[in-house]
Design a binder for this molecule. Structure first.
Ligand SMILES: C[S@@+](CC[C@H](N)C(=O)[O-])C[C@H]1O[C@@H](n2cnc3c(N)ncnc32)[C@H](O)[C@@H]1O
Length: 221
């Protein structure tokens, strides 16, 4: 029997809309708090939200934005944040490609996390994968200099594609060089899906790429 979805938010509702983002910019989503810094971190596709919750708890003065395409997951996460009394997260329902590519300003994000985005294993669906050159170029535009894009996948074929896309982006530098990716990153918070995949004995692929400083290349815009 399916459990009824609960719509009430037991505290402050930290959901915001794409319109809020378009009108006020990402910094504007946090104007209602004086204690949250201007260091803004984005997670795309937070799923059940375990990772984002833990990240937000571990850095209460950092501003976190979670983007999820699923209405139900955004609602459940809004309830979790309210239950936990966490105030440094804002939630946006939408596609990461649109939020990042069309609504997020330049050089406003210190970090972007994309954990276990859907691998779309069938060849004919491969174009739906989130990590593709156009999306990564938009992430780079949104990152501050020295900002970091963190990506994780359990899927070996997708890992190869992620490696190709990220290593081809000239404004990014692989923090894990000479490795293409790492199967373990000490201290990295586990995500909900990661826990499931580890129980299934699947191997992990973690990528950290940093946006180059202007002084390094002279060409980063
Ligand atoms: C495989 S789950 C991983 C969830 C979480 N990151 C984790 O590791 O536990 C992928 C999540 O991304 C969301 N998603 C899929 N496509 C998306 C998109 N284009 N933009 C934002 N979220 C998306 C799905 O609704 C789902 O919650």
């Amino acid at each position: 029997m399916s459990r009824a979805l609960k719509y009430d938010i037991p505290g402050t509702d930290w959901r915001r809309t794409s319109l809020d983002l378009a009108e006020s910019g990402v910094e504007g989503l946090f104007l209602d708090s004086k204690t949250i810094s201007k260091r803004i971190v984005l997670e795309v596709g937070f799923g059940r939200g375990e990772f984002l919750l833990e990240l937000a708890r571990s850095a209460p003065e950092t501003a976190f934005v979670g983007v999820e395409v699923s209405y139900k997951r955004v609602l459940k996460m809004a309830r979790k944040l309210a239950f936990a009394g966490i105030e440094n997260v804002r939630l946006l329902e939408g596609r990461g490609e649109v939020i990042v590519g069309e609504l997020m300003g330049d050089a406003c994000l210190a970090e972007v996390w994309v954990n276990f985005s859907d691998p779309w294993p069938k060849d004919r669906h491969a174009s739906r994968r989130l990590i593709r050159p156009s999306f990564v170029a938009e992430v780079v535009r949104c990152l501050t200099e020295g900002g970091v894009l963190h990506v994780a996948t359990d899927d070996e074929v997708y890992a190869e594609q992620i490696d190709q896309v990220l290593s081809a982006e000239q404004k990014l530098v692989n923090d894990f060089e000479p490795d293409r990716w790492r199967s373990e990153v000490p201290g990295r918070i586990q995500t909900g899906y990661q826990e499931d995949w580890l129980r299934d004995g699947r191997s992990m692929h973690f990528f950290d790429y940093q946006k180059q400083m202007k002084a390094d290349t002279g060409v980063v815009s």
